[in-house]
Design a protein around this ligand. Sequence first.
Ligand code: SF4
Ligand code: FES
Length: 316
Amino acid sequence: MAKVTIDGHTIEVPDGTTILNAARMIGGDIVPPAMCYYSPLKGSGGKCRTCLVEVSKGSEKDPRPMPKLVASCSTPVMDGMEVKNTTSPRTLEARKGVVEFLLINHPLDCPVCDQAGECHLQDLAFDHGAAKTRYEFDRRTFEKIDIGPYIKLHMTRCILCYRCVYTADQITGIRMHGVMKRGDAAEISTYIEQAIDNDFSGNVIDVCPVGALTDRTFRFKSRVWYTKPLDAHRECDKCCGKAVLWNVGDEIYRVTARKDQYGEVSEFICNTCRFEKKSMSDWTVEGPRKIDRHSVISANKYFEPIPEHTPLLNKA
Ligand code: SF4
Ligand code: FES
């Protein structure tokens, strides 16, 4: 076991635990944000740098501070380590810089994006973003791509976190290479279209931290905060059959897997449950879903009366 102190909170964790997971065990505001790390996906993390923290004491044996900020999602704790996240001005400054970089190419189209209200980048920009961009050059833009009948890719919104690539690779059981080219030219490749035929391809929508991969059966139907989430299950021979229904009245607007407060899915669901079971008679409802996540979607908006005419957006 190793003892680690994060922003003044001390916890003992098994050897090999990362700083991020140790912080999650403590919980609360001291948990660094994570845009690319995703516990169920092997190899995820280390791409986005939003989880940077300052290690002010390396360990009991070697108390020297680490000279640079480290990615908390891929740095294991050492016994006696001391970490600063929200208490480190260097970390907060660096995080601002990371958000600025992420937003260089990401369009500010939240008003027409299905992910608005549950977008991790939106939350990150709210907490750490600058009011104005300093970027003067053209943003890179892409045509939207239909990845089969159910998924739409807005490459313009993608932050290249690789989560969908790992999902296609690990969950669908077929080897996929999703990111083509490098640097400014990098993009999610059409190879991922091969995931269309797979029963679990819809999970790339759930793991995407932004609105780059959206559900074509839900697009532009409603803002998420006008829908009511319900825990429900059904007998399914392909997956666990445990999902969240996002309803307006008795109409199921979309079906997703169940996510925790970090936006992580523990049990992935199949495409049949996600896209084809949109009738209440398909499901056994367990009750209202408690949304743990810190976001507009957990601000009690779900339980306000639904406006008579839920605003529909222009199809962009
Ligand atoms: S499409 Fe979404 S999940 Fe895939 S790399 Fe881009 S941001 Fe990440
Ligand atoms: S979450 Fe650690 S680098 Fe992205």
